[in-house]
Design a protein around this ligand. Sequence first.
Ligand SMILES: NC(=O)c1ccc[n+]([C@@H]2O[C@H](COP(=O)([O-])OP(=O)(O)OC[C@H]3O[C@@H](n4cnc5c(N)ncnc54)[C@H](O)[C@@H]3O)[C@@H](O)[C@H]2O)c1
Length: 366
Amino acid sequence: MGMIGGGPGSFIGPVHRLAAELDREIELVAGAFSSDAARSREAGVSYGIDKARAYPSLDAMFAAEAERDDAIDFVSIVSPNHHHLPAARAALVAGVPVMTDKPLTGDLDEAGELAALVAGAGLPFGVTYTYSGYPLVREARERVAGGELGTIRKVVVEYPQGWLAGEANGKQAEWRLDPARAGLGGCIGDIGVHAFHLAEFITGETVSEIFADLGSVVPGRVLDDDCSILMRFANGARGVLLASQIEVGELNGLRIRVYGDRAGLLWKQEEPNSLLVQHIDGRAELVRAGTAQLGPAAASRTRTPGGHPEGYLEAFANLYRDFAAQLRGESAPLLPGIEAGVRGMTFIATAVAASRGRAGWVPLAA
Ligand SMILES: NC(=O)c1ccc[n+]([C@@H]2O[C@H](COP(=O)([O-])OP(=O)(O)OC[C@H]3O[C@@H](n4cnc5c(N)ncnc54)[C@H](O)[C@@H]3O)[C@@H](O)[C@H]2O)c1
């Protein structure tokens, strides 16, 4: 694997490295870790890779790797949002498959361009919507698909954070508040899109209309930092999506409730090894990771016995396990691909435009 981004002091690059290597199918061997050559070299040392393979730029990496017998099999893109398209384009043109972090691109036009590039290249392409990698999320999806909840009627998904509630400092905050690097969404692109993907991933239903109210609560902010969105699904279900980065004290409180006409379920990211299923007759089942309660989708993506918790790193690792399968030519249908990436960008672009224009209910293009 080659990495793009993930330089010194970065957040998600080291997470991807640990997760990708967890199952020993993938190894980080190269990277263009920073736009600064010295910092890319520094990152290469910290990751313990061959110094010659910590490249000063994307072009240098793809040119040099193309000459090697042991060239990288794919790249992982973990640079800021505005850089996802140029990085993915360079990889696909070089014939290298791509795993990229979300949001897919900076805006919807870029997403369309990338979708065309992916279609033309015909190479594996994955998007790390992290939460779809959790075993209990896959269990929830399987139970909904199997009819346990009945017809889906209501979805409530929220992703509260508080780390941007005040004056924000530091590398991670800096680019996220800058439209030139974050793209057209603030909170909605950073975490709202995770909540949106999770809602459609678990229910298997499609959001067809939204009513979005996005705020830039902290004075001086251009991009949104607080999002309230009503949703209507194509099957008639209704939903609420709340995402915020100004909810003081909240860490990563992503949680989702889904209600059908026979049962409802609850999953929380900060307690990810349990799933609560509540039936219309009052019976409640606490489904626990690492037990015989799990169906095949979750059981095949669980590594430890019940009570030995798995979490964020393992969820990412599950996405990389899926991607490794795709590289071998096997099917891994639960890994989000380019369609899920474009879908997320459609959601972001539609919500931002509708909120700015106070447009009320607007269709969400399929
Ligand atoms: N899936 C998730 O749960 C999750 C969590 C956090 C971040 N992310 C996504 O990951 C990406 C990175 O976020 P982060 O918090 O790690 O950011 P960060 O600021 O911590 O790290 C970004 C890294 O990219 C490098 N970079 C910038 N421009 C570059 C270029 N031109 N070439 C090579 N490297 C370059 C920077 O030097 C830095 O090392 C974003 O797209 C973000 O949305 C996803």
